[in-house]
Write a protein that binds this ligand. Sequence first.
Ligand code: GRF
Length: 220
Amino acid sequence: MTNDQRGRESDRTVRTDSRPRIAVLISGRGSNLQSIIDAIAAGTLDATIAVVISNRAGAQGLTRARDAGIEALFINPKDSPDRDAYDRAIVDALNARRVTLVCLAGFMRLVGAPLLDAFPQRILNIHPSLLPSFRGLDAQRQALDHGVRVTGATVHLVTSQLDDGPIVLQATVPVLEGDTVDTLSARILVEEHRLYPEAIRLVLAGGWALDGRRFLTRGH
Ligand code: GRF
């Protein structure tokens, strides 16, 4: 095959791939990103990850993306004069890749107006607690310290408020005697990895509506 033919072949591949184009925004380990990559590879999630973006250069998730043949971008916050400019840099990268759904997966930044306005009701986040309990950092430690018997994971639509926004799916996880932050986090993570691809599938399928804070799916 000549380079020309190869070019036409890849053009055709791009044109015929009608799957929804999602982006995953990360800051670190990227195990939730991996669960999305794996669900797509297994055929249980019909989407394509158009790009993975990190605000940290050394994020392990960037390596996971590249290993899976996915474009991985480090967008340095230091290259933007302020928070809004950084958000706009992300929006530009997402629009250039025709992304329609943004999935935050351990992205350790508040999302501001430029990003929220560019993707209204099209940004998801996963949080390791049963929201609205234990928002913010160290949700697993907060749950242990509070002494709850049950905690879990939540996927929600992102709003301007931290760990707020309509709840798409939740999963419960028991807190066991003798749990440490590590053992509890690991148990929650198993549920996160199941929940996030499922929530993305649900949102991409459409047929849902918001009634105030409530995320209602067809038939409810
Ligand atoms: C997860 O616990 C997620 O719920 C929280 O940050 C962690 C990210 O882990 N928002 P990973 O980077 O996906 O492994």
